[in-house]
Design a protein around this ligand. Structure first.
Ligand code: SAM
Length: 258
């Protein structure tokens, strides 16, 4: 169909067939997968996915695209949800789902944080994102890319950087490079936090001012005795702590703050 890309919906449509093939190969769809595609757009991934799946759910915000999809795809093969993905109830799809998407880059972090709340239901996720975001997701401690996103995602997910994708693979070409990433929820959390809300609060506080020391950013949460008890140097900064150390800190606060 003729469609002018809408910037406000982050519309950059994949057109490179070679890249599309490698994404589908990485996803490895099998016929009875319960799969949800976020932002199907004009179908760059939807159409090859439908060749391999019995059925596919898609979540799309753009009404023009919705109208076109309703006339283009056989209703028996696809469930079309006209919704903002940030408001979409993923539990309505089923108990064990796979999620894929070439995400709208302007809201990729909110989408990732929303899906983090549904990981019990998710088998795996494959996303195209801004390359810089994927680098932050998979970053190791003490690197410039390591931050709140890395810690919060790595707490729940195992992630794999799969493919770098150049701007020319899209129409219109975005200003940045992209990357395709696989995220698989840990079957068992390697470092479970006893109070996950507190863990999130500690991570947020520590990275709130990432140039400051932990003694400063965690003031009111952990005192010098606490740092000593945990053998963590209060002169370090958030970027120096592993996920396990963030969990250790939040579990200590949880256990001692009664
Ligand atoms: N999957 C297509 C492709 O690969 O060519 C389109 C990808 S494009 C980067 C992002 C898609 O997400 C667009 O179809 C856009 O309309 C849709 N989208 C943007 N914001 C959305 C939202 N909040 N909820 C659901 N879909 C959204």
């Amino acid at each position: 169909m003729k469609h002018l890309a809408k910037k406000r919906f982050g519309q950059n449509f994949l057109t490179d067939q070679g890249i599309i093939n490698s994404l589908i190969t990485a996803i490895q769809p099998v016929p009875d997968d319960l799969m949800v595609e976020i932002g199907p757009g004009l179908g760059a991934m939807t159409q090859p996915l439908l060749k391999q799946l019995d059925h596919l759910h898609v979540v799309e915000i753009d009404r023009d695209i919705i109208q076109w999809m309703q006339s283009f795809y056989p209703a028996s093969k696809i469930s079309i949800h006209n919704s903002d993905v940030l408001k979409f109830d993923f539990s309505s799809i089923g108990e064990r789902i796979r999620v894929v998407g070439n995400l709208p880059y302007n809201i990729s972090s909110p989408i990732l944080f929303k899906l983090l709340e549904n990981t019990a239901q998710i088998i795996d996720m494959h996303f195209m994102l801004q390359k810089e975001v994927v680098e932050r997701m998979v970053a190791a401690p003490s690197t410039p890319e390591y931050g709140r996103l890395s810690v919060m995602l790595q707490y729940r997910l195992q992630m794999e950087y799969l493919i770098t994708v150049p701007p020319e693979a899209f129409e219109p070409a975005p200003k940045v490079e992209s990357a395709f990433v696989r995220c698989v929820p840990h079957a068992q959390l390697p470092y479970p936090a006893s109070d996950e809300a507190l863990f999130a609060k500690v991570v947020l506080a520590a990275f709130g001012q990432r140039r400051k020391t932990l003694r400063n950013t965690l003031k009111g949460l952990l005192d010098d005795d606490g740092f000593t008890a945990l053998a963590i140097n209060p002169q370090l900064r958030a970027e120096n702590l592993s996920v396990a150390e963030f969990v250790t800190i939040s579990n200590h606060i949880a256990a001692t703050s009664h």
